[in-house]
Design a protein around this ligand. Structure first.
Ligand code: GTP
Ligand code: MG
Length: 171
């Protein structure tokens, strides 16, 4: 068949937000990991959608590895930024990391789509995606298309909606 367009996606967000769980759910069932462990450094994952061939850089969110993120900004065509909606204490840290990302010289000038997952909405004390978006001041992002989806990565809920949006922006 036709060769699909190849896109590099950078998956960012604090440790324990659910990045690897989300990426794992987007892979074909027969290639999914049974057990998810905290990412060391980063992992590269590949999967296809109807029109695109994705290469995802699943970065570790641990503070000691966050300095690796910027090395992949130049070559990325899209960003997936994952937030643990129940982690109120670290929402300000997530915002700091997001602001640092958006102000980076390799990202600032690019009109690349940013997909946010307000993840772990199944948890009792999770904030709504509207609340998460307010806390991160997403309405201030004027120079890039962005979208936020509430998700439960364990059940796979909300992920396809996000991927469909991203696909629409990358086609
Ligand atoms: P790092 O690799 O350390 O940056 O973390 P990560 O963002 O990749 O998080 P990971 O996918 O390893 O998930 C961390 C923990 O959260 C795991 O125990 C997951 O099972 C759990 N988790 C992920 N998504 C959800 C969700 O939607 N709901 C709930 N309840 N737990 C989730
Ligand atoms: Mg991980």
């Amino acid at each position: 068949g036709l060769k699909k367009k190849e896109v590099n996606v950078l998956c960012l967000g604090l440790d324990n937000s659910g990045k690897t769980t989300i990426i794992n759910q987007l892979k074909p069932p027969n290639t999914q990991a049974q057990e998810i462990v905290p990412t060391i450094g980063f992992n590269i994952e590949k999967f296809k959608s109807s029109s695109l061939s994705f290469t995802v850089f699943d970065m570790s969110g641990q503070s000691r590895y966050r300095n690796l993120w910027e090395h992949y900004y130049k070559e990325s065509h899209a960003i997936i930024f994952v937030i643990d909606s129940s982690d109120k204490l670290r929402m300000v840290v997530a915002k700091e990391e997001l602001d640092t990302l958006l102000n980076h010289e390799d990202i600032r000038s690019k009109r690349i789509p940013v997909l946010f997952f307000a993840n772990k909405i199944d948890l009792q004390d999770a904030m709504s995606s509207v609340k998460v978006s307010q806390m991160l001041c997403l309405e201030n992002i004027k120079d890039k298309p962005w979208h936020i989806c509430a998700s439960n990565a364990i059940k796979g809920e909300g992920l396809q909606e996000g991927l469909d949006w991203l696909q629409g922006k990358l086609n």
